[in-house]
Design a protein around this ligand. Structure first.
Ligand SMILES: NC(=O)c1ccc[n+]([C@@H]2O[C@H](COP(=O)([O-])OP(=O)(O)OC[C@H]3O[C@@H](n4cnc5c(N)ncnc54)[C@H](O)[C@@H]3O)[C@@H](O)[C@H]2O)c1
Length: 381
């Protein structure tokens, strides 16, 4: 990778993975330089842009015309927005579209969008011609702080979310924080949870900074956003460099996810409960469980919930809108189908305090079930 001077105010966070190393560039206004940076740093002949309708309407034109200007645009695929697009049919259509453009092995797929587009386009890039280059231009907060880094790709099947996919690292990630200005507030808050997660799992100072500075983040102030995204990406890059394929430390990134995924599945992966909202509740449940297990104290549990409440996020199962609530047995059953279940034991991320997470397989499903039963105010709990 050649290192040409970066546009002013842009920071580079390296993801150190030997031959598969790459940079995450973070800064406001980066999209305007994206085509030039891709051409200089990766030297690809042609590129196919993959995006969704919402993002295309707002942010596609400058990238497409800059690539055309450089003679590097092979085609653009605009997909319907939303989680439902992460399916086998869309994957097949996208692979065929990429091949139809004549993209060769030296070509690049550019994912311009949120986690849905990144996961799908990354998967297609990993299997077309047995693997071609891939650039992420994440446009949601969740994608900037989490999904665009680390190389996990995938789609959903009727059996569950992200059960089919590959590891395929991008060659470059360009996180333009000014693109977040058009993101709906609810999506922004949902992405914020994944950023706060890095503080909660391993960086107490960052969580304290968030408690002080969240108003500037919510007001879209450039310096605050750069710090939020930069610190999150550094946190993820360090973990991915230690454990690329999630056999150890990378599991820490699942803090709150065992509970959160179960709630998301129960709510039918719908607008009723966004992924980040489910994770906010899941993180609060994980901290509460740890209090019950004697690992952390009540003040810490309150501090986490208070911060999420200040952001405008749900913190309890009862905060999920609608007239029905899940029962503990259903949630435990869903958890049993999790990818991280080994030999019938749940893998949970537990905490000894803010910034002190660890992986545990020692908590039985009965303990988790009884805990959820109490949370839900079930009789005989
Ligand atoms: N690969 C990973 O490591 C990883 C990690 C976490 C989550 N994920 C995946 O990410 C997906 C969720 O990603 P997401 O939250 O980004 O959702 P998303 O991609 O569906 O985007 C959310 C919504 O925001 C719209 N949007 C995107 N950017 C916009 C912008 N700048 N302005 C206006 N609207 C914009 C999209 O069209 C969509 O409607 C899930 O499928 C999840 O499984 C993957």
């Amino acid at each position: 990778m050649t290192s040409s001077p970066l546009p002013e105010g842009v920071i580079a966070v390296p993801v150190a993975l030997g031959q598969r190393s790459y940079d995450v560039l973070i800064g406001a206004g980066l999209l305007a330089s994206a085509a030039g940076l891709i051409a200089e740093r990766l030297g690809a002949t042609k590129c196919v842009i993959v995006t969704d309708e919402n993002v295309a309407r707002r942010h596609l034109a400058p990238l497409e015309s800059a690539l055309k200007g450089l003679g590097r645009h092979a085609g653009t695929q605009v997909l319907p927005p939303g989680e439902a697009t992460k399916n086998f049919g869309a994957l097949a259509g996208l692979c065929e579209r990429i091949l139809e453009t004549g993209l060769e092995r030296g070509g690049l797929v550019i994912a311009l969008g949120g986690g849905v587009i990144g996961d799908l386009a990354g998967f297609a890039a990993s299997i077309v011609r047995r693997g071609i280059g891939f650039v992420q231009i994440p446009t949601t907060l969740l994608a900037q702080v989490d999904s665009s880094v680390g190389g996990k790709t995938g789609i959903n099947t009727p059996q569950g979310k992200n059960l089919v996919g590959t590891f395929h690292q991008p060659n470059l990630v360009l996180a333009d924080t000014s693109l977040l200005a058009t993101l709906p507030a609810r999506e922004f808050r949902a992405g914020y949870v994944e950023a706060a997660k890095y503080g909660l799992l391993g960086d107490a100072q960052f969580f304290a900074w968030l408690e002080q500075n969240y108003p500037a983040v919510l007001a879209n102030e450039a310096a605050a956003l750069a710090r939020l995204v930069g610190t999150s990406v550094k946190g993820k890059a360090a973990i991915v460099a230690r454990d690329e394929t999630e056999t150890g430390d990378r599991m820490l990134l699942n803090l709150g996810h065992t509970f959160g995924h179960a709630l998301e599945a129960w709510a039918g992966y719908s607008q009723r409960l966004l992924h980040g909202e489910a994770i906010a509740i899941g993180i609060c449940l994980a901290f509460q469980l740890c209090q019950e297990l004697g690992l952390t104290d009540a003040d810490t549990v309150r501090r986490v919930a208070a911060h999420f409440t200040a952001i405008g996020l749900p913190t309890r199962i009862a905060d999920i809108p609608g007239n029905d609530a899940p029962d503990a047995a259903t949630l435990v059953k869903i958890m049993g189908q999790d990818k991280k279940v080994r030999d019938g034991r749940l893998t949970l991320i537990l905490v000894r305090g803010i910034g002190q997470a660890f992986v545990s397989r020692d908590v039985s499903t009965e303990t988790v079930g009884a805990f959820l039963s109490r949370q839900l105010g079930e009789k005989n709990a």
